[in-house]
Design a protein around this ligand. Structure first.
Ligand code: ZN
Ligand code: ZN
Length: 264
């Protein structure tokens, strides 16, 4: 299968050495079926460098030519604007502020991203407070959708912190970007849908008077999550698949209970 930084299919390795391919989104007749050779969750420069060095080609997929969600963008030091890759398909592209046109050099941003990547690697992944402080630091220089910020928010979600509105909001921040860069029934969306659905329910169930709409949207998200993870073989994905199914059933039972109570 060819590579695309926004692929339309995924493959799942089977125990017998074969693999199965599933469409993540609708694939039209004549469209190429694509997977990814390098993580779509990384920034353009990293993806393109890996593709060049390990697979010997330069990617000119739609996403590389027209970056989405500003996952590569940084904050302009001179104004409230954001600074974007000037020429996304150039490995050494500089950055230009969309508001004041200030130029930031490629090397300058590379050093910054490398410094932050080191901080992320070193942060205690079980210490949610420390992770939050790191996100604050990153937000001083990086655009809120920057891939390093999303990566750090993911660490927060899995840090074992109790469910709270921060965890809920981070899940939705990530999901909004994943809807674009790993669309459809991707594993990444499936895992995030579970976190978004379950934390949204936990945070809001006692807050809202009318629970029916909240239960309905949670069920919708969970059923999409189940669809995303249905064919995944990884241990973690299987675990989340099971939890999502269990939660889905619990909500159904709770809905039935509410119906009976309303009749009384
Ligand atoms: Zn690409
Ligand atoms: Zn500016």
């Amino acid at each position: 299968m060819s590579h695309s930084c926004v692929s339309n299919a995924k493959y799942v390795n089977l125990d017998n050495g074969n693999f199965e391919v599933y469409a993540n989104i609708e694939i039209k007749r004549g469209d190429q079926i694509t997977d990814f050779y390098t993580s779509p969750l990384k920034g353009a420069k990293i993806r393109r460098k890996i593709l060049r060095n390990s697979f010997f080609f330069d990617c000119f997929c739609q996403r590389c030519e027209n970056p989405v969600c500003d996952v590569d963008s940084v904050k302009c030091p001179d104004c409230p604007g954001i600074s974007k890759l000037q020429n996304p398909t150039l490995q050494n592209s500089d950055y230009e502020c969309e508001k004041c046109a200030k130029i930031l050099k490629c090397e300058e941003i590379e050093i910054l991203e490398e410094k932050f990547a080191n901080l992320i690697e070193k942060v205690d992944k079980t210490n949610s407070k420390e992770i939050l402080r790191l996100i604050e630091t990153l937000l001083n220089s990086l655009n809120e959708n920057h891939y390093l910020i999303l990566e750090t928010k993911r660490f927060y979600i899995y840090s074992g912190s109790p469910v709270n509105s921060i965890k809920r909001n981070f899940s939705f921040d990530i999901l909004r970007v994943y809807n674009e860069i790993v669309p459809g029934y991707s594993k990444e969306r499936g895992l995030t849908l579970y976190e978004a659905a379950s934390s949204d329910l936990d945070v809001n169930l006692n807050q809202v008077e009318d629970k029916i709409p909240l239960l309905a949207t949670t069920k919708e998200r969970l059923s999409e999550c189940l669809e995303c993870l249905r064919h995944e073989k990884g241990e973690f994905e299987r675990e989340i698949f099971k939890l999502a199914g269990k939660k889905f059933k619990e909500i159904q039972e709770f809905e039935n209970l509410l119906k009976i109570m309303n009749k009384i």
